[in-house]
Every structure is written in structure tokens, then in C-alpha cells.
Design a binder for this molecule. Structure first.
Ligand code: ACO
Length: 326
């Protein structure tokens, strides 16, 4: 029997501090009404003194416990993030130390909001190839440190959080059936953080020009996202010979409720079968899918043998999907 990977444990964590739309009304020229209507977001969590690896640690402990896996059993830690502790070393290295996962290799992966699904594909392929048996994958972001809190077009959208999964080797029918990764770098400037890298190293000029904050062409991104995701979900189901009616749950990236609804409509899926938590967390980029997955698992909304579709869209531009038989 060929090897397959299966998610055997999930976990999630978000900082305690809550920032509501009403709090934001006091900071910038915006309103709860605008944010709710245009995005579906009501509040988001904001880290105080926590770094990305601190968020990873809490989510990972839960996922390991749920899977019944010890830190010493982990062979690889992948952290999907664009807001890690430091550019070097990787946030995965900090997590490896904090967990005491002494046998684990560790690296970060950056595909912005698609990071978790890119990571899922990498982990799945390591396991399918026979190279590894047990992998910890985390999506974690502290977006709040990279947001211009005077820019109403971005500061209302993002939040902080982490979600983790443990993947283990199986030879059964259940597990990750397929993953699909795409990108188009021509639209790199739709969502970017232009300062601090080798193109624009940190300087007084980059600080003055606010180049260390997320910039987004929201409306342009919105249009491409809706179009791309509709095709992505249909293609993913088709490749697996599954009809939309056969789906138990859609777990989309949590950027905008209007985008999520458009995708669900394309699949003729009632919203009761779509995971939505952006009202409570905002867009937590690579953390949004694993947080939503952990919530539906813990709420008992998915059961053994269910087909679950995960999809994301983000900076790069990147987009990705995965079909799982739970
Ligand atoms: N409060 C009040 N008004 C606002 C705010 C705000 N917070 N932000 C913008 N506006 C105004 C604009 O200035 C504009 O005013 P104007 O008409 O007078 O010029 C008006 O609202 C409409 O602005 P749009 O940008 O056209 O609004 P839109 O309906 O497109 O919603 C949003 C903006 C929510 C950003 C939406 O475009 C979106 O969700 N885009 C996709 C985001 C996404 O999917 N990103 C990918 C993942 S992120 C990642 O990878 C890191």
C-alpha cells in the first residue's frame, strides 16, 4: 500500500488581547458598519509581548496532545509565517528549542496567506516519499507588528494567531488526498511588505516612508481572489472525482466574508458547511486555515471519512488547495 499522510492532531492559539471595530473607530477614520459590511470582521486578537514562536508553542502543544505524539517523535517542524520572530534563525528553530523536539529538523516557509497549504503539501510529500513519518506543521502570524495603524485600508483587516497540525504516515484510505499549489509573481505588488529585505534594506528612508508595513491593493486583490478561488475549488474536486454535494466542509482562508460566500455559492454549499471565524480573528494570514480547522474538529463538525476542502489566496500572488478524507 502506498504511503499517505493523515492529520492526527490539531491545535490553535490566539493572544488574549481583543481589538474590536469600535476600538478601531477611535484610532482611524472608519466604522464598525464599514468593516462589518465590507469584510465580515468584528474583532481581532493582538499580541502584546509574544513573538510568533510563542503563539506556535501553545498551538503545537495542543496538536501534539491531541495526536498523542511526544516532541521527541517529531522529525520535521515547518512554520509557515511571514511575521516570524527574526529573519534569521527561523521561527521553526525557536519552536524546536521551546518544545524540546531534539530530533526534529526545522525551517520556515513563506507563501503569505497560502503558507499553511504550501506547508501541508511539503509535509505530505515528505511523508508520501517514505522519508519521514511524523511532521509538525504550524501557521503563525503576528501581523499586528507589521501593520500601519494609521492606514485604515489595512489596519482593520489583520489579526494575530497560530494553528498547528501533526501529520503522521498511514497506509489507509483516509488522509490528504491531494494538494495543489499555484503562484503568479507578476502581481507581487498587490500585497507586499516592501522594506527590510535586500531590495530595500532597513534605513532611515525606509522607516520614514513606512516601508516596513503591509501594503495592499485591496480592490484589485479582491477581484482576482474571487475569480481564482472559484476555479481552484472546482478544479480540486474534479481532480478527485468528487461532486460539490459530497463535501462535508469547506475551510477557506479567512480574508473577507464576501470572498468566502462567493466561493461557497459557486459550490452550491450552504454556509453551515463553511468554516468562518474571521468575525473573531480577522485575517491571520497563514494561521487562518489551521485555526479554523482546529475549531471545527473540536466542535465535532467533521467526522471520520468526511471530505474536507481547504483553500487559500494571498501575497505572491499565491493560491493553494487541499482535499482531505478525514
Ligand atoms: N473604513 C472606511 N472606509 C474605508 C476603509 C475603512 N477601514 N478602508 C477603505 N475605505 C474606503 C476607501 O477609501 C474607498 O473610499 P472611496 O470610494 O471614497 O475611494 C472605499 O472605502 C472603498 O474602498 P475599496 O478598497 O474599494 O473597498 P472594497 O470593497 O474593495 O473592500 C477590502 C476593501 C476589504 C480590502 C477588500 O478589497 C478585500 O478584502 N480585498 C481582498 C483582500 C485579500 O483577499 N487579501 C489576500 C490575503 S492577505 C495576505 O496575503 C497577507
Amino acid at each position: 500500500m502506498p504511503y499517505r499522510s493523515r492529520i492526527t492532531g490539531t491545535g490553535s492559539y490566539a493572544p488574549e488581547q481583543v481589538l474590536t471595530n469600535f476600538d478601531l473607530e477611535k484610532k482611524v477614520d472608519t466604522s464598525d458598519e464599514w468593516i462589518t459590511e465590507r469584510t465580515g470582521i468584528k474583532e481581532r486578537r493582538i499580541a502584546k509581548d509574544e513573538a510568533a514562536s510563542d503563539l506556535c508553542l501553545e498551538a503545537s502543544k495542543q496538536a501534539l496532545q491531541a495526536a498523542g505524539v511526544k516532541p521527541a517523535d517529531i522529525e520535521l517542524i515547518i512554520v509557515a509565517t511571514m511575521s516570524g520572530d527574526m529573519p534569521m534563525p527561523s521561527t521553526a528553530s525557536f519552536l524546536q528549542k521551546k518544545l524540546g523536539a531534539k530530533h526534529a529538523a526545522a525551517f520556515d516557509l513563506n507563501a503569505a496567506c497560502s503558507g499553511f497549504l504550501y506547508g501541508l503539501s511539503v509535509a505530505d510529500n515528505f511523508i508520501r516519499s517514505g522519508a519521514m513519518k511524523t511532521i509538525l506543521l504550524v501557521g503563525a502570524e503576528v501581523m499586528s507588528k507589521f501593520i500601519d495603524w494609521q492606514d485604515r485600508s489595512t489596519c482593520v483587516l489583520f489579526g494575530d494567531g497560530a494553528g498547528a497540525v501533526v501529520l503522521e504516515r498511514t497506509t489507509g484510505q483516509r488522509g490528504i488526498l491531494s494538494t495543489h499549489l499555484y503562484s503568479d509573481g507578476n502581481m507581487w505588488d498587490y500585497i507586499c511588505l516592501p522594506g527590510g529585505g535586500s531590495q530595500n534594506p532597513p534605513s532611515l528612508k525606509t522607516l520614514k516612508n513606512k516601508m516596513h508595513f503591509v501594503k495592499m491593493k485591496g480592490n484589485e486583490t479582491f477581484k482576482v481572489a474571487v475569480r481564482t478561488l472559484e476555479k481552484l475549488v472546482l478544479d480540486t474536486l474534479k481532480k478527485n472525482n468528487i461532486k460539490p454535494s459530497g463535501l462535508a466542509m469547506l475551510i477557506p482562508h479567512q480574508a473577507n466574508l464576501r470572498i468566502i460566500k462567493a466561493t461557497a455559492e459557486r459550490l452550491h454549499l450552504p454556509m453551515s458547511r463553511v468554516a468562518v471565524n474571521l468575525d473573531r480573528y480577522g485575517n491571520t494570514s497563514s494561521a487562518s486555515i489551521p485555526i479554523a480547522l482546529d475549531e471545527v474538529v473540536r466542535e465535532g463538525k467533521i467526522k471520520k471519512g468526511d471530505y474536507i476542502l481547504l483553500e487559500s489566496f494571498g501575497a505572491g500572488l499565491t493560491w493553494a488547495s487541499a482535499l482531505i478524507k478525514w
